[in-house]
Design a protein around this ligand. Sequence first.
Ligand SMILES: Cc1cc2nc3c(=O)[nH]c(=O)nc-3n(C[C@H](O)[C@H](O)[C@H](O)COP(=O)(O)O)c2cc1C
Length: 197
Amino acid sequence: MVSKMIKVLAFNGSAKKNGNTSKLLKKVINHIKDAEVEVIHLIDKKLQACLSCSFSEVDCVYPCRIKDDMQEIVEKIKKADALIFASPTYWYCMSGLMKNFIDRLTTCDVAEPPIFDGKVVATIATAYMDGSTQVTLQMTAPLTSMGAIMVPYNDVYTNGGKLWRTEFGVTPDKRLAKNIIQLTKLVKSKQGKWFKS
Ligand SMILES: Cc1cc2nc3c(=O)[nH]c(=O)nc-3n(C[C@H](O)[C@H](O)[C@H](O)COP(=O)(O)O)c2cc1C
């Protein structure tokens, strides 16, 4: 029996707080029932670039050596059961804001077990024409490598305002919301030991 309220934390990697990415994220969130949801607009946060400590004389540590808004965000990540990463497509890539943020998540990966271990994660991307599939894949690769469990049908994106993909009678935003909650309940009811072999 899952008693604790599910906490979902979402990150908007667009410079616009009410742009296409935020609107698509809201569509998904509106379908999420019985959960606490918080959205962090990365544009509001002071997040310096990663200093690549891992590959110099000093090691990457948890918490991160850089003292900015990352500490507060990492505390929220620790408390979250599920996370959503939403980014616009900038030249066939995720936004610089989102890339910088994911680089800074390296600090979560050096904690034992890693902070993303067993977190349920979903990705969302928007594009004017082309490139949003790449963006969802670009975000998925590092997050799954950090221990995240990606939801089934993980990615939801729009190209030119058209929500992918409706041709089979599927509503992707609704499905993603449902799958986030369903998988989170499953993971919370029987937390696995994913990190150790
Ligand atoms: C710097 C920049 C690069 C972009 N590159 C692409 C691109 O490669 N492919 C594309 O389809 N749209 C591209 N776009 C359009 C945005 O991806 C699209 O308008 C997106 O929905 C914007 O989201 P937002 O309103 O949340 O900022 C680009 C926009 C900007 C500002």
